[in-house]
Ligand binder design. Structure first.
Ligand code: CTP
Ligand code: MG
Length: 388
């Protein structure tokens, strides 16, 4: 099943105020839209993420989304509904249209992997849509200056996004009802006669709407109860006759090479194990058994990307990695800058979050005798605040 996501970011964010549309403002050092897009990019069930933006925001978009692998954003319309239709049409035009689509407001920056799972699981291909929603817990009143009526709150829900649908059916529904002003995609689906299931929403999945919402999310549990993990990794490879070694993803000409099943990049292996350690996800050998021929001569960035994917899958973020290479030769210093840049690129994190260091072992032990080299790494990962 091919699932895609549309991230709506073409609004003007008038109620939120500020010097730019709310989706381009930072929360915890990261733009709202980047947070929303990364939640879907990091989800293994979502194969394509299509952002819908306002063409006047190109410079803000480029700055906010730097380094993410996304198709070019498409331009939205004057209403949310028009923007959704633009996103659906863009997905329909691509080589192959998805089977299901999740439509999400960029303003809900704290969408969890669990909500995405629940919505995908509940969408029945070709048949039913699904929305996350929370039951109303306050008493509901209708009135102006005075209460005129108390509204029965049983069976009333607060709808959130992402809202998921069979792709062809929701595209047809939006095309058919483009002239009506409907407030969400579930309303459009219903207008077209589609059934829409309700799955459990999440209190943290708020839609940032007003100025005070920024202050709230900055100080609230999403932010101040970080779940910080540290992991450690260690790896050794032996030298053998050859002409180059690969360390931290950088090839260095040398009179020997490192012996191993993959490219024997001890630096990337140590960082991979450190990340796996931080989320208690076993070790590199569990994920990539040396006995499996497909990893023979593999470039080790595959292992590192896999570990990074597991971190992201848990809603986690890599705060920093620090690796130390231990060898008498080759000299690491001339290659350090390139190694840092390469590791930062593989992990999609800022350069200042990556450190590469080197030391000799004063000619002592196996590294001192030049029989092989060792690498040690630590990684720090912030998992999203878990349910308390
Ligand atoms: N949206 C959109 N195109 C529009 C209007 C809204 O893509 N023409 C998107 C917004 O960017 C937002 C989501 O739909 O992510 C939900 O809308 P809302 O929270 O109302 O955002 P804004 O319309 O930007 O805010 P406001 O109504 O305060 O101006
Ligand atoms: Mg709006």
């Amino acid at each position: 099943m091919f699932a895609a996501a549309i991230i709506l970011a073409a609004g003007r964010g008038e109620r939120a105020g500020g010097d730019r549309p709310k989706q381009y403002r930072d929360i915890g050092g990261k733009p709202v839209l980047r947070r929303a897009a990364q939640a879907f990019l990091g989800h293994p069930g979502i194969a394509r993420v299509q952002v819908v933006f306002h063409p006047g925001d190109q410079a803000l978009y480029d700055a906010a989304m730097k380094g993410l692998s996304l198709p070019a954003p498409v331009s939205g319309g004057p209403s949310r509904q028009a923007s959704v239709l633009a996103g659906l049409r863009a997905l329909n035009k691509a080589d192959n249209a998805p089977d299901i689509v999740l439509i999400h407001d960029a303003a809900r920056a704290f969408v969890s992997q669990d909500i995405i799972d629940r919505v995908i699981d509940a969408v029945i291909d070709g048949d039913e849509g699904a929305i996350p929603a929370l039951p109303v817990s306050d008493s509901l009143k209708r009135g102006r200056a005075h209460v005129e009526e108390t509204v029965e709150r049983a069976d009333l829900w607060r709808a959130q996004t992402p809202q998921g649908f069979p792709f062809a059916a929701i595209l047809a529904a939006h095309e058919a009802h483009a002239d009506k002003a409907l407030t969400d995609d579930a309303a459009v689906a219903q207008a077209a006669g589609m059934r829409v299931r309700i799955v459990e929403g999440d209190e943290r999945n708020i839609k940032i709407t007003r100025p005070e919402d920024f202050a709230a999310v900055n100080s609230e549990e999403h932010m101040i109860t970080p779940d910080i993990r540290t992991g450690f990794g260690y790896d050794v490879h032996q030298f053998e006759a050859g002409d180059a070694v690969t360390l931290c993803g950088v090839e260095i000409p040398f009179e020997q090479k490192l012996k191993g099943h993959s490219d024997a990049d001890a630096g990337l292996h140590a960082i991979t194990d450190a990340l796996l350690g931080a989320i208690a996800a076993g070790d590199i050998g569990d994920h990539f058994p040396p006995s499996d021929p497909q990893w023979k001569d593999a470039a080790s960035d595959v292992f590192l990307r896999h570990a990074m994917g597991l971190v992201r899958r848990q809603g986690g973020e890599i705060l920093n990695v620090d690796v130390t290479l231990i060898c008498e030769a080759p000299k690491i210093a001339p290659h350090r800058a390139k190694m840092r840049a390469r590791v930062a690129e593989i992990l999609d994190i800022e350069l200042e979050r990556v450190s590469v260091k080197a030391t000799t072992s004063e000619k002592l032990g196996f590294t001192g005798r030049g029989e092989g080299l060792a690498a040690q790494a630590v990684a720090t990962v912030a998992l999203k605040g878990q349910d308390k």
